[in-house]
Design a protein around this ligand. Structure first.
Ligand SMILES: [Zn+2]
Length: 277
């Protein structure tokens, strides 16, 4: 069987050059994930890559099936997930090329299913119970430590901690929204970091976000505001070193049987009505 221990939710730029990549289609009780899983080896670790927006980038952030994505990863054995994503900087000092490993998030999304435990019967007949998950610290402390250390050892000093605010998109923020986000003391703004983080936690997966600043958000710069072309250009020019840091992080993550972070027991044995894969 095709198995993996670590998942990376990110585009083809992270796995396309690996040798011996195996494409695996996985179905879930929540429908199809964004694409096939692409399984490969990094430093002796089995990794499953999932292109968040689909391999041809056809899914906007609000139409990504986040539940199917996390469920598919868990079903092949993944217990630790790395979620690299492009973000806008909310402070002038967080310019393009900044790597920020957030320790907090603010959810400003509007239309996304945020839980597996919604009391709604699944197509397979299972009825999930209502579960209220502790989420005060949304990211895995162990994964964050490893990612920060990996970046430092490649001479890419990351911002260690900060708040990622996740907006609905697909449009970028207005100038007023951006100024408001910055005035709250939040650090970076993106469109995909949530509900990815909470759904991972509900499945007792470790989740670590690595955010790459591709632009200054509308309120933090004086020009025209964010353009998609600029985001793509800056992301492409940083993808090699982001991939290097991701792979170093993969190599140093604990093995799945030896996780000593709260994520591994996040459900605390609560009755959920559904069996995790
Ligand atoms: Zn963890």
């Amino acid at each position: 069987m095709h198995r993996a221990e670590i998942g990376v939710i990110g585009g083809s730029g992270f796995y396309s050059f690996l040798d011996n990549v195996t494409e695996v289609q996985v179905d879930t009780p929540y429908g199809a994930p964004s694409d096939s899983l692409f399984l490969g080896d990094i430093a002796g670790r089995k990794v499953a890559f999932l292109p968040r927006h689909g391999r041809d980038h056809h899914l906007p952030p609000h139409r990504i099936n986040y539940r199917a994505n996390l469920w598919a990863l868990r079903s092949v054995g993944v217990r630790q997930v790395l979620g690299p994503c492009a973000v806008g900087g909310l402070r002038a000092e967080y310019g393009p090329g900044t790597l920020l490993v957030p320790d907090q998030l603010v959810d400003r999304t509007k239309s996304r299913t945020q839980t597996f435990f919604d009391g709604v019967p699944r197509p397979d007949g299972a009825v999930p119970d209502v579960v209220h998950m502790t989420f005060a610290d949304p990211y895995c402390p162990a994964g964050r430590r490893v990612a920060v250390k990996a970046a430092r050892s490649r001479d890419w000093e990351p911002v260690d901690g900060g708040t990622l605010v996740v907006i609905e998109g697909p449009r970028f923020s207005t100038r007023a929204e951006s100024l408001w986000h910055a005035a709250q003391g939040w650090s970076v703004v993106g469109m995909t970091g949530h509900p990815e983080a909470v759904l991972a936690r509900e499945l007792e997966l470790c989740y670590t976000s690595l955010t790459l600043v591709t632009d200054l958000d509308a309120g933090a710069e004086a020009g025209e505001g964010v353009s998609h072309e600029e985001v793509l250009r800056v992301f492409a020019s940083n993808v090699d070193r982001l991939r290097t840091v991701l792979f170093d992080t993969v190599a140093e993550l604990p093995v799945n049987g030896e996780r000593h972070c709260p994520c591994a027991g996040a459900l605390g044995g609560a009755k959920t009505g559904i069996e995790l894969p």
